[in-house]
Ligand binder design. Structure first.
Ligand code: HEC
Ligand code: HEC
Ligand code: HEC
Ligand code: HEC
Ligand code: HEC
Ligand code: HEC
Ligand code: HEC
Length: 265
């Protein structure tokens, strides 16, 4: 073999090894932490070992991720249930962001430590959760989302996916089919949800309604705690399963604050 080629091969092999080395040094595309190990790891990181961190883990994550800390899955508590071993608890045995997410996971989409999704994911810890009457797994989601786009899978459905989940149990109060109505101008069809003392249209495309109705606040001015799944007003616009307010409201309606979030009166 030509000496020059041999040298070249060695160099290439070296580069390849350096690269794969870097990859196995635990980074993924989204989380390329190369050279930044010390910002989080106080002690030299070890697989399967007791890792000690520079700060509270949530603080490390929230620095880059503005997830809603209220109305999302709680952290910092010691589980009452048996948590499967593939989840990570911090040195005090508490739930944290890295309990459910492996920041070094190659699956960059959600970095979840379990392959289960939706309610099945929730029930890896909350066994029989939905039966415990605490709304565990009511929506199958861990974090509040401000707005999500219309989805092709629910095209033609009046209600968003989360509201449909709520109605699995709370269906009694939805008006009969005759109650389907046309929203203001082109805001689409809507249903009315009628509680004991209160009824409200659901299924209306908020942005479209706000475009015609000047009594409604602009989409961009809404609180991030108010969710419009698939762009529509639904149960989760006013309620959240993680909320500690009365009636599980996304925030207190004292002085009609919740109503005035959308309605300018
Ligand atoms: C944003 C903070 C952060 C940065 C930056 C970071 N890590 Fe981590 N690392 C964590 C967290 C949180 C865990 C989860 C604890 C666990 O799984 O034991 C972890 C776990 C690990 C583990 C143990 C995984 C296992 O399966 O036991 C290794 C090894 C590791 N990190 C290596 C590194 C290396 C190498 C770097 C630098 C390239 C790095 N980390 C950068 C936060 C970080
Ligand atoms: C230095 C900034 C930084 C830190 C610290 C950080 N992340 Fe990220 N993370 C990112 C970026 C950038 C992405 C790419 C996707 C995006 O834009 O959100 C990402 C993606 C994610 C995703 C997938 C999100 C998606 O939209 O697909 C999850 C989950 C996640 N990070 C969790 C964590 C957790 C848990 C921690 C703490 C252990 C953490 N991150 C710390 C910057 C960071
Ligand atoms: C109980 C498990 C659990 C905990 C604890 C948790 N997450 Fe998540 N996270 C999820 C699940 C499940 C998803 C997938 C989307 C969803 O269900 O909302 C997700 C999605 C995300 C995403 C992607 C963006 C999105 O909203 O879809 C980011 C970023 C993220 N989590 C960051 C964090 C941070 C930061 C913390 C700590 C404050 C945290 N997570 C705590 C389960 C958890
Ligand atoms: C890693 C285990 C784990 C997973 C996975 C998990 N949870 Fe939890 N969850 C907990 C712990 C621990 C608590 C605190 C109560 C306890 O210890 O019983 C809790 C509490 C809750 C509460 C009560 C909140 C409150 O403030 O009172 C709700 C609601 C909840 N979880 C919903 C969910 C949903 C929805 C999912 C799926 C997206 C999920 N959980 C996934 C561990 C988990
Ligand atoms: C598995 C059945 C089930 C699902 C799914 C469900 N709920 Fe409930 N909900 C109940 C039961 C049972 C009660 C009464 C007992 C209680 O308060 O836990 C209740 C009570 C409530 C209350 C009154 C709580 C209070 O503080 O007085 C609200 C508000 C509510 N649900 C909203 C929702 C919303 C919004 C969803 C969808 C994200 C939802 N529910 C999904 C079963 C369910
Ligand atoms: C526009 C905001 C809004 C929407 C949308 C909404 N609610 Fe409510 N809901 C409220 C308010 C405010 C209360 C407080 C009770 C009252 O004032 O009568 C309440 C009360 C409740 C209660 C407790 C009262 C009772 O029946 O004992 C349940 C359960 C409930 N809502 C479920 C739902 C479900 C399920 C949906 C979706 C199909 C939904 N809500 C949509 C605002 C809303
Ligand atoms: C998430 C935003 C939002 C919140 C919060 C909200 N509304 Fe609405 N509301 C709407 C939209 C969108 C419509 C339909 C548009 C229209 O009719 O102009 C509507 C319509 C109404 C109507 C007309 C009903 C009908 O059948 O035509 C009343 C009354 C009403 N809301 C009262 C309330 C009250 C009371 C509250 C507080 C408990 C409240 N709304 C909270 C968005 C909201």
């Amino acid at each position: 073999m030509n000496k020059r080629i041999a040298v070249l091969l060695v160099v290439i092999a070296g580069i390849v090894m350096a690269l794969t080395g870097a990859i196995s040094a635990r980074s993924n595309e989204a989380h390329d932490f190369s050279g930044q190990c010390e910002t989080c790891h106080l002690t030299s990181p070890r697989k399967g070992g007791k890792n000690i961190f520079t700060m509270d883990i949530d603080t490390l994550c929230v620095e880059c991720h503005e997830v809603a800390v209220i109305n999302s899955h709680p952290t910092k508590m010691i589980p009452s249930m048996n948590v499967p071993g593939y989840y990570f608890l911090d040195w005090q045995g508490r739930v944290n962001c890295a309990t459910c997410h492996d920041p070094h996971d190659k699956d960059v989409k959600t970095m979840l430590r379990s392959k289960a999704r939706g309610r099945d994911f929730c029930e890896t810890c909350h066994i029989g959760g939905i039966l415990q009457g605490r709304h565990v797994a009511a929506s199958g989601m861990a974090h509040t989302k401000n707005w999500t786009p219309p989805s092709s899978s629910s095209f033609g459905q009046i209600l968003d996916r989360v509201s449909l989940e709520c109605l699995v149990c709370h269906e009694g109060s939805v008006g009969p089919a005759a109650d389907v109505r046309i929203g203001p101008r082109s805001a689409g069809q809507a249903l009315s949800y009628a509680g004991p003392g209160f009824s409200h249209p659901i299924g209306i495309d908020y942005a479209k309604a706000a475009a015609y109705d000047r009594q409604l606040r602009a989409l961009d001015d809404l609180s991030p705690l108010v969710s419009l799944y698939e762009g529509k007003v639904g149960c989760a616009s006013c309620h959240n399963q993680f909320s500690h307010e009365g009636d599980m409201l996304v925030f207190s309606n004292r002085g009609s604050a919740l109503c005035l979030e959308c309605h300018i009166k």
